[in-house]
Design a protein around this ligand. Structure first.
Ligand SMILES: C[S@@+](CC[C@H](N)C(=O)[O-])C[C@H]1O[C@@H](n2cnc3c(N)ncnc32)[C@H](O)[C@@H]1O
Length: 396
């Protein structure tokens, strides 16, 4: 029975995104939101993502994991798979069970019928006792994490106000892998998620995302996946025949996790001439094969970007362009702002960096200075020895 004592901090709100062209359909998002969010929603509302005639994927029934999304043709690393709006958005925080029934049902009732019908076919791994409504069961099995980070809401102390989960009719068909070949990015200004490829995906290959932190050990990943999604992962990285290979994979992921927070940074290197010129580059180059081996390519842009910034301070124009192009390829959809900056770098690498070639110039000065010092020592060798003086410093 619905509780009468619970006062919901959320209200129902239906967002209708207008079509970009009169012949396209609008998009409807049935939400349960904190009321302070509603005036902050983008205004004017973004247009609905246009329909795609020939999408690069198919949704197919699998023998052992319900439906799955598969590549209909080869999908290149970094390229777009789909832009999609959620059909519903609900608070990430579970609602009290009795009061929740009414609120979740209100979300379902406000959905257009065709979307509602399709939403009910999404996977629901929760029992009726755990999640008495279809919206809650579908949300707990599928919802992608959506942050509504409006700057105007930054001061709010009500954390639940900005954390939501959204159900997507297509993206939610992606099954899990601990070495996913795709990832999504939520763009609150477009009220849409973009699914993009993290590496090349062959025709017929399953398109997967990750539901757990892939840098955790297999045991820790299973501990999350089994209770939350009710399956035991059997991806390549969870089913090594030799237990030693599993240990190696776990150790590599642990190393990568710690490398993210402890790696030699470009910023420190940039101001420290005691470090060798290729210190950061060599260190990052050593982890790139580990990232690829573990199928965690979402980490690559961080290191690619630092490598190219190091090359800029070394004044290596060809290398800067090469690494900028590699980074653009993989960040076009995951980080469009960075990809845009890198496009400008490719056009004019030398003009873009205030510190272009600065390290190489400093090394030249250091080199001249070193030679002069040696000359001085040679000239004054006997005097210096006689008077016990130390080497005379000269300006380079
Ligand atoms: C978001 S849905 C993914 C799409 C779903 N297979 C469907 O039929 O719509 C999550 C559910 O799919 C299944 N699933 C996802 N990844 C899986 C995997 N790697 N192995 C087995 N089942 C998986 C689980 O039942 C999980 O609760």
């Amino acid at each position: 029975m619905p509780s009468t004592s619970y006062e919901s901090p959320y209200v129902h709100h239906v967002i209708t995104l207008p079509p970009a062209l009169p012949s396209y359909p609008p998009a409807t998002i049935s939400t349960l939101m904190h009321p302070s969010m509603i005036p902050l929603l983008p205004s004017p509302l973004p247009t609905a993502a246009p329909p795609v005639d020939n999408p690069p994927f198919k949704v197919i029934k699998t023998p052992d994991r319900g439906f799955g999304m598969f590549a209909a043709r080869r999908i290149e690393e970094g390229s777009l798979i789909i832009v999609e709006h959620p059909v519903f958005v609900v608070p990430a925080m579970p609602l009290p069970q009795n009061a929740g029934i009414e609120l979740y049902e209100g979300v379902a009732q406000r959905m257009p019928r065709p979307e509602y019908e399709e939403m009910t076919t999404l996977a629901n791994c929760r029992s009726n006792e755990e999640c008495p409504t279809i919206v809650e069961g579908v949300a707990r099995t599928n919802a992608l994490n959506l942050q509504f980070r409006f700057p105007e809401f930054a001061d709010s102390t009500f954390e639940g106000g900005r954390h939501y989960g959204g159900a997507f009719l297509k993206i939610n068909r992606c099954n899990h892998s601990c070495g996913p070949n795709a990832a999504y990015r939520w763009d609150v200004s477009k009220l849409a998620a973009t699914l993009y490829a993290l590496r090349d995906i062959s025709e017929g290959e399953e398109i997967t995302i990750t539901y757990a932190d892939p840098l955790q050990s297999r045991a820790a990943r299973l501990k999350k996946l089994e209770p939350d999604y009710r399956f035991t992962c059997d991806c390549h990285w969870c089913t090594f025949k030799d237990p030693l290979d599993q240990e190696k994979s776990d150790a590599t992921r642990e190393y990568l996790k710690s490398y993210v927070s402890t790696h030699p940074s470009y910023r420190k290197w940039s101001t420290d001439l005691c470090l060798p010129d290729t210190f950061v580059i060599d260190s990052h180059m050593a982890v790139l094969p580990m990232i690829i081996q573990e199928g965690v390519e979402a980490m690559l842009p961080l290191f690619f970007e630092e490598i190219l910034r190091c090359y800029a301070e070394l004044g290596h124009e060809d290398q800067v362009k090469l690494w900028a192009k590699k980074t653009i390829r993989i960040t076009r959809y995951s980080n469009p702002a960075l990809a845009g900056e890198l496009e400008r770098i490719v056009e004019d690498p030398v003009g873009h960096f205030a510190k272009w070639g600065s390290r190489t110039k400093l090394r030249q000065v250091q080199g001249r200075r070193g030679r002069k010092q040696i000359e001085v020592v040679d000239d004054d060798f006997f005097m210096g020895n006689l008077f016990g003086s130390s080497m005379v410093e000269v300006e380079g």
